[in-house]
Design a protein around this ligand. Structure first.
Ligand SMILES: Nc1ncnc2c1ncn2[C@@H]1O[C@H](COP(=O)(O)OP(=O)(O)OP(=O)(O)O)[C@@H](O)[C@H]1O
Length: 608
């Protein structure tokens, strides 16, 4: 896989990947400000900080010294008329310029790499934290927004951290250094300058506040547009078949229009600020030239001093403007990083247990379980469920749509915790088990077979660390997938066939059988089929059902089937009828028919 090759190259380059504190990710116990946390990341790269700061210090000092030298050169021209002195000063100027250029390179490069490392670390940490979030988190956070956090938001942080840190510090030092030298050259001219600083500062504060708010809204609108695009692009077949291309284009355009509106407002505000800043800057220069000029004419100052003063004022003004621009980028980065840290810190409720689950037998007891989805807490999806599933049994859940069947199997995989009651595997509470091991013992085949974009082999072996070709072949045979995968007229590349995004190059039945092979290769003790055949045509259904029947008749695993077509569950050891979140009947097919209750009604309705 491409990613693997890149990763290997990356390892060879020996780029240090900072370790992520998973305990913090799970506990969500960060309380510090996002800026402080970004700084903390940078502290991990001490060498870069040393080089960056060294460059920063030297360039800042040398850039503050250059106007002073320029003043001295002017004085040497106007006062001493000595070429020797001028040559010496020129040499000093050249040396200082070369030193400034070299250390500017060092500073910019070190801080840029530092910014890249921070965003690299942050992107990894964000993705890893997403991998650890509860399923509940994904019920309430849209995938488009999360993707936006990972892509555009992190880019904003990159912009706001890499060169910005150095530019900010350099400009801050230049402002301070220039100010000190201004006072040193002429306190009277410095006083003139100070008349303009307070109004500029107030203006900058007001601007920054407004800009920050706009930036936040801008980011939100981008996330919304991304959400629309990702949803539409991943459902392109539905869009085409319903001919909703225009409608979707319009809704994307509307979302994009909102992005544009906020972008526009930001551009207007930024430009206004720049324009006012320039007016203020030139007003200051004019005042200094006029007042300073009179001081020179009166013999109270030299032309060199006035030139140095003007150059320092220019340096300071330019640095102040650059400072505010950099501040904007950093403010955006701070706003965005706040959102990213909010996600990273979102606490994980489902805590992992420590009991080894690798030897569970497949015996399950559900006792008095009541559950509501966190995003729908007013409605109980399961009510006082009691159920015993023995090792090797085939248990079928039937009932109307929305009755709670899938919810039961979600709880069996601990995607959520029940709000009351308990689920036991081999008489040990599910909460006590190590979840990764437990999931290895449960094979799950969902209604919508979801494949990843690698090869057939990548998909079948998804989640297993060690396997042989024999393991793959066995899983494919049990899943009734062997024949079509090895038929070179269907898949010339066999197991190495690239399946396309979400398996688009496969038929529904083929995808489902690959999904079954994927569930089987890990040889789980429990197999769950959540309406695995309901989305298929009759031929595909027949093929998939054949695979399921083969597994059922082997009698080695506990099999849980959710089925709409009741003909597929007649031979189950136990049929559980779910209605409105309650288990209303359970027993074998014949017993339930004789009971003449809900199950019989379901059967009769299907026969009509
Ligand atoms: N992620 C979720 N968030 C909030 N409510 C949910 C979620 N998933 C399901 N529900 C609700 O829980 C109830 C039970 O849903 P469940 O999916 O378990 O039904 P089901 O019997 O499997 O239905 P079907 O046969 O149509 O798949 C329904 O009212 C449904 O709206």
């Amino acid at each position: 896989m491409n990613l693997e090759i890149q990763y290997q190259e990356f390892q060879e380059e020996k780029i240090n990947i900072p370790t992520i504190n998973t305990e913090n990710v799970i506990n969500g116990n960060h309380k510090r400000s996002s800026i402080f946390r970004l700084i903390q990341y940078s502290l991990q790269y001490k060498l870069l900080l040393v080089f960056g700061n060294l460059g920063l210090l030297i360039t800042s000092v040398s850039m503050v010294a250059l106007p002073y030298l320029a003043g001295k050169m002017i004085d040497s021209i106007t006062k001493s008329n000595s070429k020797e002195n001028l040559n010496f000063l020129t040499l000093q100027f050249i040396v200082l310029t070369v030193v400034t250029a070299f250390f500017t390179f060092l500073r910019t490069y070190a801080f840029s790499i530092l910014g890249e490392k921070i965003t690299f670390h942050l992107r990894n940490e964000l993705f890893q934290s997403l991998m650890l979030k509860d399923i509940e988190f994904f019920d309430s956070n849209r995938s488009g927004e999360l993707i936006s956090r990972l892509s555009s938001d992190i880019s904003v942080i990159n912009k706001g951290t890499n060169d910005s840190i150095s530019t900010l510090l350099k400009n801050a030092i230049q402002v301070l250094g220039s100010l000190i030298l201004l006072c040193f050259i002429s306190w009277r001219l410095t006083l003139v300058l100070f008349c303009v600083i307070p109004p500029s500062t107030i203006m900058a504060i007001v601007f920054v506040k407004k800009y920050k708010q706009l930036r936040k809204e801008y980011q939100q609108s981008i996330a919304q547009a991304t959400q629309i695009a990702s949803e539409v692009l991943s459902n392109m077949r539905i869009v085409r078949s319903f001919s909703t291309e225009e409608r979707e284009s319009n809704s994307y355009q509307k979302a994009n229009q909102i992005v544009f509106t906020f972008g526009n407002k930001m551009a207007l505000l930024g430009s206004q600020f720049m324009a006012i800043g320039i007016v203020l800057a030139y007003a200051v220069i004019l005042a200094i030239l006029y007042y300073g000029g009179t001081l020179v004419i009166d013999g109270e100052s030299t032309l060199g001093d006035l030139s140095s003063f003007v150059l320092y004022t220019l340096t300071m003004t330019i640095s102040l403007l650059a400072l505010s621009g950099t501040m904007n980028e950093m403010i955006s980065a701070a706003a965005v990083s706040e959102k990213i840290f909010d996600i990273i810190d979102h606490p994980v409720k489902i805590r992992n247990g420590s009991v080894d689950a690798s030897n569970i037998t497949g015996q399950i007891n559900i006792s008095d379980v009541t559950f509501c989805y966190p995003t729908k807490s007013s409605v109980m999806s399961l009510k006082r469920i009691n159920l015993e599933i023995n090792q090797g049994e085939v248990v079928a859940f039937v009932g109307q749509s929305g009755s709670g069947k899938s919810t039961i199997v979600q709880l069996l995989q601990r995607f959520y915790d029940s709000i009351q009651g308990s689920i036991l595997f081999d008489n040990i509470d599910i909460k006590e088990y190590n979840l990764q091991q437990l999931h290895k013992q449960i094979g799950f085949v969902a209604q919508e077979p979801t494949l990843f974009s690698g090869t057939l082999k990548d998909n079948i072996t998804y989640g297993v660390d060690t396997f042989t070709q024999e393991d793959i072949d066995n899983a494919m045979k049990l899943a009734n997938a062997y024949d079509f995968v090895t038929d070179l007229s269907i898949f010339p590349d066999g197991l190495e066939t690239i399946v396309g995004e979400r398996g688009v190059k496969l038929s529904g039945g083929q995808k489902q059988r690959i999904a079954i092979a994927r569930a089987l290769i890990k040889n789980p003790k429990i197999l769950i089929f959540d309406e695995a055949t309901s989305a298929l045509d009759s031929e595909s259904e027949f093929q998939v059902q054949k695979a399921i029947d083969g597994l059922v008749s082997s009698g080695q695993k506990t099999i849980i089937i959710i089925a709409h077509r009741l003909s597929t569950v007649i031979n189950s050891n136990k049929i559980i009828v779910v209605q409105n979140g309650y288990i209303v009947e359970q027993g074998k097919h014949q017993e339930l028919i004789e009971k003449n209750g809900v199950y019989k009604q379901l059967i009769e309705r299907q026969l009509q």
